[in-house]
Design a protein around this ligand. Structure first.
Ligand code: AMP
Length: 395
């Protein structure tokens, strides 16, 4: 895998696709700069080896040139993070961009305006990609968050750089860390799959069954499994039409010698609310009118035991409605168990959606081995798909 570490950028104008799709508040200030921070190693690497950076990104989903989606709003934050005044060009192609690039000197950073001001970006338009490509001597993709999209700046553009293209350090580390689980995972390998719906995780589960020893199923999706095997789940979340699929997963797991762990008890509530009355019930015998919204204490212990004995851990999806304090305990306990196993030498990867929000919220990010930066992109990698943004660099 060729990365910026393998290239001498001396005197080169390097076109870098980054993911600066950051949240802004009402005053159009950046409220979470994680994605800007994540691009720092790649950008510094290029500048230190004598190049200049032309940064391309999207921000939100603009329909026209709406000001609220202008990347101008992040210039201040990016300048603060990189410690270099970030220049800005109010277009990403055409004469304004070409002039800004011509004036760019070694060690400087130029940020281009939102790529999605042009619908050609998401359409993967080749002419648009060519106009972008014209701006740089070298192409680097470091936008993991959009690597699963075959857009002009993430995939199509790479055709115009037959040999002068490589991975940025963020994108490379996302690939390496997924491979540590799916390719070279040390046994026992445990996957924890939680979240709301089994339908959104089915392809992930099917793809990982060959690579794991234990499968912990938690969260709302566990109830489709419990109901399918004859349990009473009260008013808990269920996908009625996915019960056969759940049974099929359990059968496949058995054939592949994967041990499946489902919740044995739950925190049941009389309404989906922080103010609900709660009780602890067996996961397969929840009274009518009550819904399971978190893993119960015995479940937490059992899950923790499996995790403690694991050498490789993948966590995708919370095991309860962790956004409400009353139903956060299971997810906190699970995160703590993963942190503890990590401290004892296990490799742990957290990725693909809400579990990332959970580790951040419960301040566990530094206690797991790797937290992925891309929700949808990570899910697609776990599904075993080759992402267009990754393939384009390999070609
Ligand atoms: P996902 O995006 O599929 O990973 O789902 C994450 C969502 O699942 C979170 O917003 C959780 O609140 C929700 N969730 C987790 N456990 C449950 C549950 N037992 N019942 C309903 N929703 C749940």
């Amino acid at each position: 895998m060729k990365t910026v570490n393998d290239v001498n950028f001396n005197n080169k104008k390097v076109l870098v696709r980054v993911d600066f799709n950051v949240p802004l508040n009402e005053d159009l200030e950046v409220t979470d700069a994680t994605r800007i921070e994540a691009a720092k190693p790649t950008i510094f690497n290029i500048l230190e080896s004598g190049g200049s950076c032309i940064l391309m990104s999207h921000l939100g989903r603009p329909k026209n040139r709406e000001d609220q989606f202008s990347l101008r709003h992040i210039v201040h934050k990016a300048t603060e993070i990189f410690g270099v005044q970030v220049k800005f060009c109010e277009d990403c192609i055409g004469s304004a961009a070409e002039e800004a690039v011509a004036n760019l000197k070694e060690g400087e950073i130029l940020l281009l305006e939102n790529l999605r001001y042009y619908s050609e970006e998401t359409e993967g338009n080749s002419d648009f990609a060519k106009k972008l490509a014209k701006l740089g001597d070298y192409y680097v993709n470091d936008a993991f968050g959009t690597a699963h999209r075959a857009h002009a700046s993430t995939a199509v553009i790479a055709r115009f750089f037959p040999s002068n293209k490589c991975f940025g350090l963020l994108l490379a580390s996302e690939i390496v860390n997924v491979e540590k689980v799916l390719k070279d995972g040390k046994s026992p390998v445990t996957a924890i799959i939680g979240g709301a719906k089994v339908s959104s995780k089915i392809t992930v589960i099917e793809n990982i069954l060959d690579k794991i020893d234990h499968l912990i199923i938690g969260g709302g999706m566990a109830f489709t499994f419990i109901k399918a095997t004859g349990g009473n789940i009260g008013g808990s979340l269920v996908e009625e039409d996915k019960q056969d699929m759940a049974l099929d997963i359990l059968e496949k797991a058995k054939q592949k010698n994967v041990q499946v762990h489902l919740p044995v008890d739950v925190i049941a509530a009389d309404s989906f609310s922080e103010f609900a009355n709660i009780t602890t019930e067996p996961a397969d015998n929840i009274p009518e009118g009550w819904l399971g919204l978190d893993a119960g204490p015995r479940t937490n212990e059992q899950f923790a035991d499996v995790i403690a004995a694991s050498k490789t851990i993948l966590w995708n999806g919370p095991v309860g409605v962790f956004e409400m304090e009353k139903f956060a305990e299971g997810t906190i306990k699970l995160g703590e168990a993963i942190a503890k196993a990590t401290a004892s030498g296990a490799f742990s990867l957290v990725g693909g959606g809400d579990s990332v929000a959970a580790v951040k919220q419960f301040k566990l990010s530094d206690k797991v081995s790797y937290v992925s930066t891309g929700g949808g992109a990570m899910l697609e990698m776990l599904e075993g798909k080759t992402l267009p943004g990754i393939q384009a660099i390999m070609d």
